[in-house]
Design a binder for this molecule. Structure first.
Ligand code: CMP
Length: 216
């Protein structure tokens, strides 16, 4: 629990009480934890694994809003404002979470100002990330958006070895295209170009970015 940013300032006995009151659950890859517009009843803290938060348009097209991984949390919005879930949540791999009910979540906020502050800071950081994404969609070309998304994934979960960063792919092509805000055909075109220039190499479930070639 120490690795969970919300809980990093709590004392051992406080962490133990969270472990006691919360429910630990393990989900396989591809499990939907809740859907957009559902009633929000649970706050989630990820211990291991990763989750995709996404919305769907009227004609069923998805938009990935964010990826959250071990040590991060989600599902607070609907508990705080009492409105339906603002997005759907699906596991990208085997994922272990702690679940807290609305009452347990509210009592944590009431009793631990550190946690309340950490939630507010997290909300600020999401608003900033969303602003940045809106700017990117408005001002950056498609190629730059794809490269930026590949770099963002690499900085979250890549393994660096000299100039090479290898990133295990938990997203499929469609999801990567949604994240970058480009059509799938544009994504394939940019990937082909980056591969031809030695910047990127795609394997079956990972890709490698060459920082030296990228800088060039
Ligand atoms: P809630 O609305 O309860 O359920 C969906 C969750 O997705 C939401 O709480 C937030 O935790 C998270 N979420 C919604 N929008 C964003 C966003 N733009 N960036 C990151 N996380 C988000």
């Amino acid at each position: 629990l120490r690795k969970v940013s919300l809980f990093q300032h709590l004392k051992d006995d406080q962490l133990e009480s969270i472990l006691r009151i919360s429910r630990r659950r393990t989900f396989p890859a591809g499990t939907t934890l809740f859907r957009e517009k559902d009633t929000g009843l649970t706050f989630y803290v990820i211990l291991e694994g990763s989750i995709k938060l996404f919305t769907k348009s009227g004609n069923g097209e998805e938009k990935v809003l964010s990826l959250v991984a071990g040590g991060e949390s989600f599902g607070e919005l609907s508990l705080l404002d009492g409105r339906p879930r603002s997005a759907s949540a699906q596991t990208l791999e085997k994922t272990i979470v702690l679940e807290l009910s609305t009452e347990q979540f509210m009592s944590l906020l009431e009793n631990h100002f550190d946690i309340t502050r950490a939630i507010l800071v997290e909300l600020c950081s999401r608003l900033r990330a969303t602003n940045e994404h809106v700017n990117d969609l408005t001002f950056l070309d498609e190629r730059t958006r794809v490269v930026k998304s590949l770099i963002q994934l690499a900085s979250r979960s890549g393994k660096r070895d000299g100039n090479l960063i290898t990133v295990r792919m938990t997203l499929n092509y469609d999801e990567l295209a949604q994240m970058a805000g480009v059509a799938k055909a544009s994504l394939s075109e940019v990937i082909r170009e980056l591969e031809a220039r030695g910047i990127l190499q795609f394997g079956s479930n990972e890709y490698t970015l060459n920082l030296q070639m990228l800088r060039g």
